[in-house]
Design a protein around this ligand. Structure first.
Ligand code: LMR
Length: 407
């Protein structure tokens, strides 16, 4: 009904309806499914072998300490909790955590905030195009589109489940001035296909030769091979370039998901440039979210400043890694199931892998078997347990096999 006396055309009439984020929509669809044997392989949260996503013990202890001892919740500033930002640095950048004073960071609302800040700051500094391996985390493209940063896609992986190094090298070598490249530090989302040490060495050389600006998104640190191993590629790039951005997330490796704990780091050639870039990032943060949420970052800071809590956190992280490796071994050993060869999943890394299944097959897995995965065929490895993995493997065989009608 139109209100009397109002203008014939309202401003909001101009908006086109947007479909909900497909990945996040799966959370609700899964919750509404009453089947007791349903399997959630959708959004990227870690699950135990019992299918739970508990709060880390280290976090619980740090949170208790916060409740008992936090003196104030007064404002901190757009850069957030610098104790948290600095405490993370040795884990990301190694012993010389500031690379001789060339790195500075700030807290962001999750890894998403850090990626957004990286792209926005790149644009402010004159970046005109960002090269990106696809498929990628769907929100990467959404952020680029929202900021109006041109995206230049290249193939991230080959059909046999290995990294397409030729494609990334070609993209870097073809890049013009003022262009950047977005790389996943480890545990590639969605493919689980990471670059080998040799691949990183070639990528580093190409980046150093061309001067393309690297943005490295590291959202799964510690969930691949280990804390040092997972950032070896990132460190090798930083050792060779004058400037770079790093987007970092603690949402997975500290299990802080909804608390939105991230950090954004800038590597610059000289102190003066670093200070100026930092002041610009600070201004962008102030205009976007003003200040990041404190609670999760404060808890991470307490963990990293206490050796006992740090040990508890690292033990929890390696247990997660071990469990996912176990699931991957089982999937890899399953080999050919229907038309899907699961073998490459055994050697891929992190929370995700992509199955070569059609959208119809994804829909059939959901309707006939209560198995929820992204439309792209991405599965969250941690959603599989020793209790449901056999059901999953036989459902894949059934839905993609010769007698299926879901092809
Ligand atoms: C995912 O890819 O599932 C996670 O990174 C969650 C998200 O925000 O998309």
């Amino acid at each position: 009904m139109r209100c009397r006396g109002m203008r014939a055309f309202m401003m909001l009439d101009r908006l086109d309806p947007q479909s909900p984020d497909a990945l996040l929509a799966l959370i609700k669809m899964y919750a509404a499914d009453n089947r007791s044997d349903k399997i959630d392989l959708g959004v990227g949260v870690y699950r135990t072998d019992e299918g739970d996503t508990p709060v880390f013990d280290a976090i619980k202890r740090a949170e208790q300490q916060l409740v008992d001892e936090q003196p104030s919740k007064s404002y901190l500033g757009p850069e957030g909790d610098m104790g948290f930002v600095n405490a993370l640095m040795p884990y990301i950048f190694g012993e010389d955590a500031t690379m001789g004073g060339r790195i500075a960071g700030m807290q962001t609302p999750g890894g998403t905030g850090a990626v957004r800040l990286a792209v926005a700051l790149g644009q402010k500094a004159g970046m005109t195009k960002l090269h990106m391996g696809t498929p990628s985390w769907p929100n990467h493209a959404q952020i680029l589109s929202d900021i109006a940063m041109e995206m230049a896609p290249f193939e991230h992986a080959n059909a046999d489940g290995t990294a397409n190094v030729g494609a990334v090298l070609a993209a870097i070598r073809a890049a013009g001035p003022n262009e950047g490249i977005l790389l996943h530090g480890c545990c590639h989302n969605p493919t689980g296909v990471d670059y080998s040490d040799e691949d990183w060495a070639a990528i580093c050389d190409a980046i150093a030769e061309t001067g393309i600006f690297p943005i490295i998104d590291t959202a799964y640190h510690g969930l691949g091979h280990g804390l040092d191993e997972d950032v070896a590629g990132l460190r090798s790039v930083l050792a060779k370039v004058p400037e770079a951005f790093i987007a970092y997330s603690c949402d997975k490796n500290f299990g802080m998901y909804r608390d939105r704990v991230g950090a954004f780091y800038i590597l610059a050639n000289v102190q003066e440039t670093l200070d100026t870039a930092f002041s610009n990032a600070n201004a962008l943060a102030r205009a976007s979210w003003s200040m990041p949420p404190d609670h999760g970052a404060a808890a991470v800071r307490l963990i990293l400043r206490d050796s006992k809590l740090t040990q508890i956190w690292q033990d929890e992280l390696s247990e997660m890694r071990g469990r996912m490796a176990q699931v991957r071994v089982k999937l890899g050993e399953a080999g050919m199931q229907g038309s899907v060869d699961m073998t490459p999943l055994g050697s891929q890394k992190g929370l995700f892998s992509v199955l070569p299944v059609s959208k119809d097959q994804v829909a059939q897995l959901r309707s006939d078997h209560g198995i929820y995965m992204a439309g792209s065929g991405r599965i969250n490895i941690a959603g599989l347990t020793m209790g449901n993995i056999d059901k999953f493997i036989s459902a894949i065989a059934e839905v993609t096999g010769p007698d299926s009608d879901g092809a």
